[in-house]
Design a protein around this ligand. Structure first.
Ligand code: IMP
Length: 424
């Protein structure tokens, strides 16, 4: 198996950063293909906790080419500060970072629009991270967006930016009564940005297809999670990109026949940040307990994550839409002190039993989860060295999750350190 795509199989924050970091060791290229700096991948190396938002976690290993694909939306200011953040930790990106010339650029007006839309007009709040992701993708699909490559062509960039600033200023002043933007200020600022990132810009599809021809190994790193995918998630409570495995092809310029395997990262329970239905959400006391043990606070915004029981319908849906070959279960240790565990294997609404994840948002809001109960293991698992040495009840719990979602468990994570990982 050479080329693998790793995706989040729930609502994001499944612990992909750590797993991607481990799997990156065997890869030659690590590729981000969607989303932007709304993502936050945390990797613990020794005593250092590194949080990456845009640059693939593979950057923490030497000699890996890390690619930000065309499907990503880039805030150059955030990218430059991430490059600086890594430099301060003696991680030099100069030889191994590549950025697609087709990736779209986030401008200050996108970030403001993100917040204004949410505050003023949305009856239903999405709980956006406010990083300008949605408005930037809106411009991309409306064919008015500006791509990284456009910044290199001063005349083209000037024309495109003028149109955009004019249009956005009309919206700001007429619709939102908000201050308007000065074209020259943004223009100059972004010309300065592109001077810094110029050395990294490339044609990502050519780069990756050439690598495939040379039998190099590629790891595609999904951001967010399946339930936040704009097509397959809990719409409208989603992000604006395809965070599912299919997004890896469109977002990097590599065909589906060139990807050999898809792995889903799954938390041993469920979390979500932001608004939207969450059928297995805990009641307040349990929420507080798991949030504290699991340190469930967003890596990007610091917001407390909502927590709940493992929802097999969610992950079964992820197995299907991503074509998952296997799953990696993370944060099993967070459940060490739980005497009993519940697993949701269906929803009931208006007398109907749902055994597949429904797309109807009303059903998701109102459905009652159908649970089965499993005994906990009440033992510390964090120092376990082998899968077979996990407590019997922990292995039974994992076996049941695997049966219900229809995918085999390939790895289990029992702590944030690289060595707290068990291979099945
Ligand atoms: P946006 O994409 O920043 O506008 O956020 C849309 C929704 O996706 C919000 O509910 C966010 O909390 C959620 N979201 C975006 N990125 C992430 C992530 O990396 N992890 C978890 N949730 C995310």
């Amino acid at each position: 198996m050479s080329n693998i795509v790793i995706i989040g199989a729930q609502w994001g924050d499944e612990g992909k950063g750590k797993i991607i970091d481990i799997l990156s060791k065997d890869a030659d290229y690590v590729v981000r293909y969607q989303g932007g700096n709304n993502a936050g991948h945390t990797v613990v190396v020794g005593t250092d906790k590194i949080i990456l938002h845009l640059i693939p976690s593979g950057i923490l290993h030497k000699n890996k080419i890390c690619v930000i694909g065309n499907g990503v939306v880039i805030d150059p200011e955030a990218l430059i500060s991430e490059i600086e953040y890594l430099k301060k930790r003696n991680i030099d990106v100069s030889n191994n970072l590549r950025i697609s010339d087709k990736a779209h650029v986030i401008f200050p007006y996108h970030k403001i629009l993100d917040k204004l839309r949410e505050e003023k007009f949305r009856k239903i709040k999405i709980g956006t991270t406010g990083k300008g992701i949605g408005p930037c993708y809106t411009d991309k699909f409306a064919r008015g967006g500006i791509r990284i490559g456009d910044l290199l062509n001063k005349r083209l960039f000037k024309d495109k930016l003028k149109c955009n600033v004019e249009e956005k200023n009309a919206i700001f002043s007429k619709v939102y009564k908000h201050k308007i933007y000065r074209f020259d200020k943004i223009y100059q600022q972004y010309l300065d940005f592109v001077n810094i990132i110029k050395p990294y810009i490339c044609d990502c599809s050519v780069l990756l297809n050439e690598a495939i021809r040379k039998k190099k190994k590629i790891l595609f790193e999904g951001a967010q999670g399946t339930l936040l995918d704009v097509d397959h998630g809990t719409y409208p409570f989603v992000t604006s990109s395809n965070s599912t495995a299919g997004g890896a092809c469109v977002g990097s310029g590599v065909g589906p026949t060139r990807i050999n395997k898809a792995i889903g990262i799954v938390k041993a329970y469920t979390t979500r940040v932001g608004e939207g239905p969450f059928p297995t959400e805990f009641s307040a006391p349990l929420m507080k307990k798991i949030r504290t043990i699991g340190k469930e606070f967003g890596a990007t915004t610091g917001r407390p994550r909502r927590c709940g029981w493992f929802d097999a319908l969610v992950v079964k849906h992820a197995v299907a839409v991503n074509g998952l070959d296997g799953i990696v279960v993370t944060k099993l240790d967070v459940l060490d002190q739980m005497p009993k565990l519940k697993i949701c294997r269906g929803y009931k609404y208006k007398g109907k039993l749902y055994e597949h994840f429904p797309s109807d948002i009303e059903v998701l809001w109102k459905a009652k989860p159908v649970y089965e109960e499993w005994p906990g293991w009440l033992q510390d698992t964090t120092k376990t060295k082998k899968f077979s040495k996990l407590p019997v009840n922990a292995r039974k719990y994992l076996k049941r999750l695997s049966q219900l979602v229809g995918a085999k468990v390939e790895m289990v994570s029992i702590g944030s350190e690289r060595n707290q990982t068990l291979f099945v």
